[in-house]
Write a protein that binds this ligand. Structure first.
Ligand code: AMP
Length: 375
């Protein structure tokens, strides 16, 4: 049995998973860490509480799997954690200043509480380490890029690995499918996966590039940033605006797609523009990744918006019949669960696959432990 720990900036999620089955045993989430009035002043307090909660159910615990957002260039897959690994995750902090420190706090506390158990780090960036140089390289001065670690890393890798594998199985091509994964949650990314290897992804050095998100801008001309700085904003102000006050929220004041859709239905122009910009960007990426892959077997929607919003799927894919993409309206509107939503005569299958990052972390953790034990 694996204990999965997702120690985020203000919350800790934990779950006990037996990958045989798989069977889920005990799960929980502690929120508002460090906020005024919260009973959890820091990550250590929250993680100790989580360890206490799982203890009665943790018979046969074999390992702890940690979600780590940024593995930098060092990590191309999950690894057994030792002092060196911790040091390398620390070195990637400048690339993910909001996430890696909380992930590290989770690792530190769990190593202290369970010194005898193997602990494994599973990186959001790792699945994208297969990006070919043509896809991962920014066309800027090479020496500057190398010195500063500037390249595309990609994120949502754990989700994309899981969803692309499930979608490939759904179309009967478990080892060879070409898949476009659209992870549309609060953050959003598109990835092109060929035979289980990621060949392109929309998030870059940071999770700011690519699709329009809840509060993040996705792609903008870098010239915009210098224009704003010369106009009097500080770099920190521009960053804060692009990360927290852009995307759907920046365009219409709401970042929840459900609210945006309700406003569109009520005839609200700002919400309609936000929705149109969001869907237009997605369509562009589907076209781009179709060209990158050459042939697409399945487009898989996941994340809160991708899994639940039939209108978004319909709008994004409408008019793409010449590319062999046809939705079945009834399947598209039916509720929940992993399913195909394309028409029988669609050359490209369209799937909805609820993501399961915790299960994927448990599977990858168990695999690392099994490999280590057999060495
Ligand atoms: P996630 O980050 O994957 O948990 O996704 C969260 C987002 O999913 C929320 O901000 C909502 O905008 C979106 N969402 C959840 N349910 C729906 C729904 N039924 N329709 C549209 N969007 C939804």
């Amino acid at each position: 049995m694996i204990l999965v720990i997702n120690s985020g900036s203000s919350s800790v999620k934990y779950e006990l998973i037996d990958v045989e089955g798989p069977t889920r045993h005990q799960a929980g989430k502690i929120e508002r860490i460090g906020e005024p009035g919260s009973p959890f002043p820091d990550h250590a307090a929250a993680l100790e509480k989580a360890a206490e909660e799982v203890a009665p159910h943790a018979d046969g615990l074999t390992a702890v799997g940690h979600r780590v957002v940024h593995g930098g260039a060092a990590f191309t897959g999950p690894v057994l954690i030792d002092d060196d690994v911790v040091k390398q995750i620390e070195e990637a902090v400048p690339l993910a200043p909001l996430h890696n420190p909380s992930n590290l706090a989770g690792i530190e506390v769990m190593r202290r509480l369970h010194p005898g158990l193997p602990q494994v780090a599973v990186f959001d960036t790792a699945f994208h380490s297969t990006l070919p140089p043509a896809a991962r390289t920014y066309a800027i001065d090479r020496e500057v890029a190398e010195r500063a670690g500037v390249r595309r890393y990609g994120f949502h890798g754990t989700s994309t690995a899981y969803v692309s594998r499930v979608a490939a199985e759904m179309v009967g091509k478990p080892d060879m499918a070409n898949v476009i994964v659209l992870h549309l949650g609060n953050g959003a990314s598109a990835s092109a996966v060929s035979a289980g290897r990621c060949v392109d992804t929309s998030m870059g050095m940071t999770p700011l590039e690519g699709l329009v998100m809840g509060t993040r801008s996705g792609d903008v001309d870098p010239g915009v940033i210098f224009h704003l700085i010369r106009g009097g904003m500080t770099p920190d102000e521009v960053e804060e605006m692009l990360v927290h006050r852009s995307g759907l929220y920046g365009l219409c004041g709401d970042n929840d797609m459900r609210t945006v859709l309700d406003r569109v239905a009520a005839g609200d122009d700002e919400a309609a523009l936000a929705y149109n910009v969001y869907c237009h960007r997605l369509r562009k990426y589907i076209g781009a990744y179709t060209a990158v892959l050459g042939r697409v077997d399945v487009i898989a929607f996941t994340g809160g918006v991708g899994e639940n919003s039939a209108p978004v799927r319909r709008k994004v894919l409408s008019g793409l019949a010449p590319m062999g993409i046809r939705l079945d309206p009834t399947r598209n509107s039916s509720v929940r669960g992993a399913r195909l939503v394309s028409a029988d005569d669609s050359a490209v299958a369209v799937a909805v696959v609820p993501t399961d990052e915790e299960l994927e972390i448990a599977i990858e953790t168990a695999a690392v432990v099994a490999r280590t034990n057999s060495e």
